[in-house]
Design a protein around this ligand. Structure first.
Ligand SMILES: [Zn+2]
Length: 563
């Protein structure tokens, strides 16, 4: 065997594999993995062959392997940057072994990345797939390691940036002692084109896909406004609120939107406006909490010239500006009592009177109010008029918190990602799996607004061309207890990622550990201004332990504790 085909140590790859039993996930880098019984996979394989036939099953399984090879190719450049090309390439066979596919031995390999040339032969011993196939079907004529072969093609194609077709020239399922595969660019195989369909969308899948598109189209004709306004969500809680909104849109009823802060009340109000017949007229929003109490009446109802010092010209209020359209009063619970009395009159009579004015004006604006305080409690506390509450509360819609619509988190986040990527000129390919899992587990006290802020920050922090990772969204996400596979192949606790990074930097710096320890101890003493108890707390040890270490270094005299 060519000496350059000898595997480099795979500690760098084993470090990628982390078990986080507390969170119920296994990770390979940022990719979520799962441990499956080969018996279960084998059963699925048999079911596929039995239900769609061997050719379709082969295609589906090849594509599954191909997909996982594609993903593992990401690690080649990430894990071994700057290493010789062959060593980088061997990440694939080494990961394939770590993942338990087979024992892979490279026999011959010619790679020329610039010319796009690849010619390689590998030996597989103990392929799980050959074993599974032989157990069920006995010795067969055709090679059967479809998933494995798909992996080799997917990995190598991603690595080379062109379709590399692997063929199994001998297979243990056919009675050989081991499997033997050979890979070259698909154009270099005389019968290459005949194999292309294994990697392309399966016709069976296309049929299913076109059927599901038809169903989708049918559903959308049944529910013409499911995408009402710009609202996104499919959860039950969200759809309930949306249906109420759609029914209200057809009428002129006053709507009261309630819900926690940040749930997107203004967006709902806008959607209601856009769904209504008033969509072409203005949508005017007023935040009652943002305007000073002495200005709010002038803002809402308008002013006649000379109504008060400084009122040099007559001015229409927001009610008049919303004529024919919708007026949205956010945080209506903050409205001062005098303004509440006037608002009640508008609702009862459909008329307003400008400040300092004599005449009344008819107004035609649909009122949508929103509050995140309990109006009932505000009434009991004497801060809100009961009669106004009844007037506003004709058609209440409670907007669910983000916690209550967890299934909407991902689609919302993806939508925001697309929007902010465009805004900040970033090309991003989505969220990392760990980032998505963290989004699902977060408690969202600030609801959709908080999600929006996080996604925007994540988009800004993510590197161009990459994905938004956990650290970009939650820099302080607590490190889970993680275990990895040590050099004996056994599970062992591993340090959290940040500590691992720090350790890697220390090793790279080449500072002797002894010198480093002394510097760390001295820094802690310095930070604690010479107070040994304080320094010990910083280092997570007791004062005697710290004193002992310092003394051992003959440095204790310099750092006697201040009285
Ligand atoms: Zn085989």
């Amino acid at each position: 065997m060519d000496p350059k085909l000898k595997y480099p140590p795979d500690a760098d790859l084993r470090r990628l594999l982390r078990f986080t039993p507390d969170s119920g996930a296994i990770w390979l880098g940022d990719r979520r993995m799962v441990l499956l019984h080969t018996a279960a996979l084998s059963a699925l394989r048999q079911d596929l062959i039995g239900s769609v036939g061997e050719q379709h099953a082969r295609r589906l399984l090849t594509r599954m392997g191909y997909a996982s090879g594609l993903r593992d190719a990401e690690f080649a450049k990430k894990t071994r940057p700057g290493r010789p090309l062959a060593e980088m390439f061997l990440v694939g066979p080494q990961l394939h072994m770590l993942e338990g596919a087979a024992r892979v031995t490279p026999l011959r390999m010619e790679i020329d990345a610039e010319a796009g040339r690849f010619d390689g032969e590998f030996r597989w011993d103990d392929s799980w797939e050959a074993y599974a196939h032989r157990q069920k079907y006995g010795v067969v004529d055709e090679p059967a390691c479809w998933t494995l072969l798909g992996y080799a093609s997917g990995y190598t194609s991603a690595f080379m940036g062109r379709l590399i077709l692997f063929k199994e020239v001998a297979c243990a399922a056919c009675g050989a002692d081991h499997c033997h595969i050979h890979g070259r660019p698909i154009e270099d195989w005389p019968d290459g084109e005949a194999h292309r369909h294994y990697f392309e969308d399966d016709s069976l899948l296309q049929t299913l896909q076109s059927l599901s598109l038809q169903v989708e189209a049918l559903t959308s004709t049944l529910e013409p406004a499911t995408q009402g306004g710009t609202l996104i969500g499919a959860s039950k809680a969200f759809r309930h609120a949306q249906q109420l909104l759609q029914r209200a849109a057809a009428t002129n009823v006053t709507v009261l939107l309630t819900g926690e802060t940040g749930v997107g009340k203004e967006r709902f109000a806008r959607a209601l406006h856009e769904l209504s017949e008033r969509a072409r007229a203005p949508f005017v929003a007023v935040n009652c909490a943002a305007l000073p109490a002495e200005l709010i009446e002038a803002e809402l109802f308008g002013v006649e010239k000379g109504a008060y010092t400084g009122a040099h010209a007559a001015r229409a209020g927001r009610f008049e500006r919303a004529a024919g359209g919708t007026l949205f009063l956010d945080e209506v619970g903050e409205l001062p009592l005098p303004a509440q009395a006037k608002l009640l009159r508008v609702l009862q009579e459909g008329e307003i009177e400008r400040l300092g004015g004599e005449s009344v004006r008819k107004v035609d604006a649909r009122l949508v109010a929103a509050t995140n305080v309990d109006l009932e409690a505000a009434v009991k506390g004497g801060r809100f008029r009961r009669d106004l509450m009844y007037r506003l509360n004709v058609y209440p819609i409670r907007i669910p918190s983000l916690r209550e619509r967890a299934t909407d988190i991902e689609p919302l986040a993806q939508h925001m990602l697309a929007r902010f990527s465009a805004l900040h000129h970033k090309r991003l390919s989505g969220f990392g799996d760990r980032a998505l899992q963290a989004l699902q587990r977060h408690d969202w006290p600030g609801n959709v607004r908080e999600l929006e802020n996080l996604v925007e920050r994540g988009v800004i922090l993510a590197s161009q061309g990459g994905t938004v990772e956990l650290e970009d969204l939650f820099p302080n996400w607590p490190d889970a207890v993680e275990t990895g596979v040590d050099h004996r192949g056994q599970l062992a606790a591993v340090a959290p990622p940040r500590q691992r990074e720090l350790c890697a930097r220390i090793v790279d710096c080449g500072v002797p550990l002894e010198a480093l320890e002394q510097q760390v101890l001295e820094l802690a003493v310095e930070r604690a201004r010479g107070n040994l108890s304080g320094a010990a707390r910083l280092l997570g040890m007791t004062r005697p332990q710290l004193a002992y270490r310092l003394k051992r270094r003959g440095a204790a005299a310099e750092h006697e504790e201040a009285p």
